[in-house]
Structures are given as structure tokens and as C-alpha cells.
Write a protein that binds this ligand. Structure first.
Ligand code: KG4
Ligand code: ZN
Length: 304
């Protein structure tokens, strides 16, 4: 991924095929269990890159076929948000902010299986904005954590990158203009200038992403849920890879009450959140052999 500066879907799917056997072996060793100990299988079925999802579901089906086991299909985005229950007690309904490499959305979460999308990005996801910005700055991939670290020593006001307010579209976000403004900025700078200003560029760029998420969260509360921010008591749960971002955690906790952020080890994609979500929704289980007909979907489908 480092070499290509992003995820190339076909290569990602192939690298998953290669990575799975050794990963499985290490996982069984570390968990001190054997395949015979497994009673059901949790697997992400949507949304995501179809090639990678197919790799996962085919492995799940192979296991199911060998041992005649049921499969629990998991919605990746629900799993990101519900990972909060791994470490915190949060009641429903809550306002979820899902910020990952592929998705950015506000959701009203009424239960583990009942979520309503209140707002989302019209173009790039927040994580994508970090990664594409990182590519322009030449800092490596995935860039979120690198920009977060570099920004700690930077001046957030040094560069004036634009926030896409879209005031007439509450809850709707856009990050592609920000990426363009960074590109225009760095095109005017020499390699030395970029190097010298790197932490300031990172801090200013990151600040716009964080500010956009904060402003859009305010809008969701005041214009979509029609509540007063000072009186808004509903928990706010932030999950997905970008929820690791230290500045986002700081700003959201300072601005809103009852903010719960998924623990960093459960923010970026991980198997624990998938297994944990499956345990929350036993009714979603598909028994053998029907589970062999399960399919994957690239898009998010709302469930009511
Ligand atoms: O949730 P995730 O692991 O994968 C998807 O489901 O997309 O999110 C990955 C994204 C990447 O774009 C990565 O740059 C971003 O999360 N990320 C961060 C940080 N750590 C990971 N973004 C900002 N700050 C971080 N500390
Ligand atoms: Zn994810």
C-alpha cells in the first residue's frame, strides 16, 4: 500500500488471500484454541471493497463447510461503532460518528441493528482526506497516524485551508476541496519549504478535517435532531480508524457532553470488533448450509 499511496482494490484482495493462512495460524496459537473449538463464524459482509469482502466470506464459508457451522454476517460500520461496548457502557439511542478510511457518517443508533443515517460525506471520507493529504506531503501511507503525530509540533493556524461549510446542507460533508487546496499550496512550495513546514502543514490540514466534523456534528444536533447543544444529553460515540486521531478526540470532548470514543486498538480495522458485534446480534445468525449462500455487498444498506 505504501508503494501505491493507497489501496488498490485488486491488489488488496490478493494480499488478503496471501495474508490469511499465516494470520489464522498465529491467531489460533495466540488464542490457544484449535479449529475444533469454533462454534460459529463472524464475517464482514458489507460495506467495503468487494474483492476483500469476497476473500473473507470465502474463508468463512470454507470453515463453515468443513465443520458445518453457522455464519453471522456483520455490517462493518455497525461493528466500528458498537465496538464502544467492548470497553464502555453506553445506552441507546446514541449519536454515532463513524470516521474511517472508506466512510464518514453521522448515525442515530437505536439498537445494535437499527441505525439511521443523519449525515454523510458527499465525496472523500475523513480517512481518505488524511491519506490523500499525506500522499501530497509525501509522509507515507496510511497517513492518518503520521499526520496526527507530526501535527503535535505544528501551528494549526499557519496555513489557511478552507472548511467546506455547506450551511444549506446540514450534516453533509465534503473533503475533496481541502485536498485540492493542499495540492495548490504544496505546488507553490519547494521540497525544502515543505520539509521545513511539514508539521505546520499537517497541523493546519488536520485542523480543517477536525473542525468540519465538529461543525457538522453541531448541525446534526441543532438542525436535524432539533436539540440545543448545551442540553443535548444523548451519548455521542466516535468510531472507525480516524477516531484514533488525538486532536479529534480532544476537540469533540471539549465541545460536546457525553462523548465516548472507541479505544484506539479497536478503532482501526480489527477482528475483535467483528466478533464482538456478532455476539450482540445472535438473531442474525444464518445456519449451515444456508450460510453457504451468503453474499457480500459493496454499499451500506440501512436497516430499520
Ligand atoms: O476504520 P479503518 O481502519 O478502515 C476502514 O474501514 O476504512 O480506517 C482507516 C483510516 C485510514 O484512512 C487511516 O489514515 C485513518 O483511519 N487513521 C487515522 C489515524 N489512525 C488511522 N486518521 C487520523 N488520525 C489517526 N491517528
Ligand atoms: Zn473499518
Amino acid at each position: 500500500m505504501e508503494k501505491w499511496g493507497g489501496v488498490v482494490p485488486e491488489l488488496a484482495a490478493r494480499s488478503h488471500v496471501k495474508a490469511i493462512p499465516p494470520l489464522l495460524q498465529v491467531s489460533f496459537e495466540e488464542a490457544k484454541i484449535t479449529p475444533d473449538d469454533i462454534t460459529e463464524i463472524a464475517v464482514t459482509t458489507h460495506p467495503g471493497l468487494v474483492g476483500s469482502l469476497l476473500t473473507g466470506i470465502n474463508l468463512a464459508k470454507t470453515f463453515a463447510l468443513m465443520k458445518e457451522l453457522p455464519i453471522i454476517p456483520v455490517n462493518h460500520l455497525f461493528a466500528h461503532l458498537e465496538a464502544i461496548h467492548l470497553t464502555e457502557k453506553v445506552s441507546y439511542p446514541y449519536l454515532g460518528l463513524l470516521v474511517s478510511g472508506g466512510h464518514t457518517a453521522f448515525m442515530l443508533v437505536k439498537s445494535s441493528v437499527d441505525m439511521e443515517i443523519l449525515g454523510s460525506t458527499l465525496d472523500d471520507a475523513a480517512g481518505e482526506a488524511f491519506d490523500k493529504g499525506g500522499k501530497l506531503l509525501g509522509v507515507g501511507y496510511p497517513a492518518g497516524k503520521i499526520i496526527d503525530d507530526l501535527a503535535k509540533n505544528g501551528d494549526r493556524k499557519k496555513f489557511d485551508f478552507p472548511v467546506s461549510y455547506m450551511r444549506d446542507r446540514p450534516g453533509k460533508m465534503s473533503f475533496s476541496g481541502l485536498k485540492t487546496s493542499l495540492r495548490v499550496r504544496v505546488e507553490k512550495m519547494s521540497a525544502d519549504d515543505i520539509k521545513n513546514e511539514l508539521s505546520n502543514l499537517c497541523a493546519s490540514y488536520q485542523e480543517v478535517i477536525v473542525e468540519t466534523l465538529k461543525i457538522k456534528c453541531e448541525e446534526v444536533i441543532t438542525k436535524i435532531l432539533n436539540e440545543d447543544i448545551r442540553k443535548f444529553e444523548m451519548p455521542i460515540v466516535i468510531g472507525g480508524g480516524v477516531a484514533c486521531n488525538s486532536r479529534l478526540r480532544e476537540v469533540m470532548k471539549a465541545r460536546f457532553k457525553n462523548v465516548f470514543v472507541v479505544k484506539p486498538i479497536y478503532c482501526t480495522d480489527n477482528a475483535a470488533m467483528i466478533a464482538h458485534y456478532a455476539a450482540l446480534v445472535p438473531e442474525e445468525k444464518v445456519n449451515f448450509p444456508e450460510c453457504l449462500s451468503l453474499d457480500v455487498k459493496s454499499r451500506f444498506v440501512e436497516k430499520k
